[in-house]
Design a protein around this ligand. Structure first.
Ligand SMILES: *[C@@H]1O[C@H](CO)[C@@H](O)[C@H](O)[C@H]1NC(C)=O
Ligand SMILES: *[C@@H]1O[C@H](CO)[C@@H](O)[C@H](O)[C@H]1NC(C)=O
Length: 223
């Protein structure tokens, strides 16, 4: 083994340790987020509260036992505990959600640009699915689906389109953990058919290979 080989190995090790796919590691014990629009310095996250005035309540959230209201067109509701409502999460690369489902309700296809999600089924029977990103050579995107019963855990890889369907005629409940304090959500239907202003018909008729009337009908659902 020559020196150039060892240098290349060292460089690869350094690169892979730098290829962080989630939030950066914390640089202090904690950094409780504050809303300070006058803060002069932009940080990748939230400005830290002075540690001297931090209290236990900064690390505390209440009400996660309360179901979200699923009386809506999709029959599901996500209650999130992110850095915005639990400021002590700042810089820790983690957050939480509960997902309540009405009978046959759906947590519709979406992505989280900044997080992997691990879901824990607690009640009911759920089908959890995700789709791979575009494979090479015009192969089809692959759909993975698993039926989850209480006690089952499933993971949605970071950035991939995923969705969850309640297969049962009773309500269902799941909890999710995220590898980001602020995972972000792109709901496919909304980011395509519900933007302000709308994406041009020329783009959407080409993208979906349908008539303008079909796009008009879809956009009407999300306007
Ligand atoms: C920060 O501001 C947002 C938007 O005004 C508000 O919803 C949130 O409760 C605030 N968070 C804290 C910790 O004050
Ligand atoms: C989710 O539930 C909360 C709490 O009941 C409610 O305020 C909110 O409007 C619901 N969201 C949807 C999309 O139904």
């Amino acid at each position: 083994m020559g020196a150039p080989f060892l240098i290349a190995l060292a460089a690869m090790a350094l690169l892979s340790s730098l290829a962080i796919a989630s939030d950066p590691s914390p640089l202090q014990d904690f950094c409780v987020a504050i809303n300070d629009s006058k803060a002069a310095v932009f940080v990748n996250g939230k400005i830290c509260k002075d540690p001297k005035v931090v209290t236990a309540n900064d690390f505390f959230f209440q009400g996660f036992n309360i179901p979200g209201n699923t009386n809506n067109p999709v029959g599901s509701n996500v209650t999130r505990v992110l850095v915005n409502n639990l400021p002590g999460l700042n810089t820790f690369g983690i957050s939480l959600a509960r997902i309540d489902f009405a009978p046959y309700g759906v947590n519709t296809p979406h992505t989280h640009p900044r997080a992997t999600e691990v879901i824990f089924a607690v009640e009911g029977t759920l089908a959890a699915s995700f789709v791979t990103s575009n494979p090479p050579n015009n192969m089809k995107n692959r759909l993975f689906t698993k039926v989850l019963n209480p006690g089952d855990v499933f993971v949605f890889p970071q950035g991939l389109v995923h969705f969850i369907q309640n297969l049962g005629k009773t309500k269902a409940l799941a909890f999710s953990g995220f590898s980001s304090q602020n995972p972000g959500v792109n709901t496919i239907a909304n980011v395509v058919f519900g933007t302000e202003p709308p994406i041009s018909l020329g783009v959407l008729t080409k993208a979906f290979q349908v008539d303008k009337k079909v796009i008009d009908a879809l956009e009407a659902q999300f306007s």
